[in-house]
Unconditional design. Sequence first.
Length: 106
Amino acid sequence: MKKNLLLKVFSAVLLTLVLAIFLNGCVIYVGNPIVEINITNDNWKYDIYVDGSFQGTTDNTGKLILHNVSAGYHHFEAQDTSFLNRYGDKWQTITSGYNRVNISTY
């Protein structure tokens, strides 16, 4: 009886460990789109516009998460907040779930 119980506990722990290792970082999201803006060639702050409307400013690493972008084809723009006036834009289709928009600036 003790051996059988020990085997069941060991199996449960092993299954939990295997699932934790293989599903680590796996995100399943259904619902409104989430958009991660990523400035690919610069670590600076940028004002982000979606279809001409200001949405926020990236952090010092050039990233911004948006939760209010609808699914569909959108125009994303990044405007430098400093005197350098660097700019980049990208057209991309946004779908339900997690989306990443990589923008190169010049």
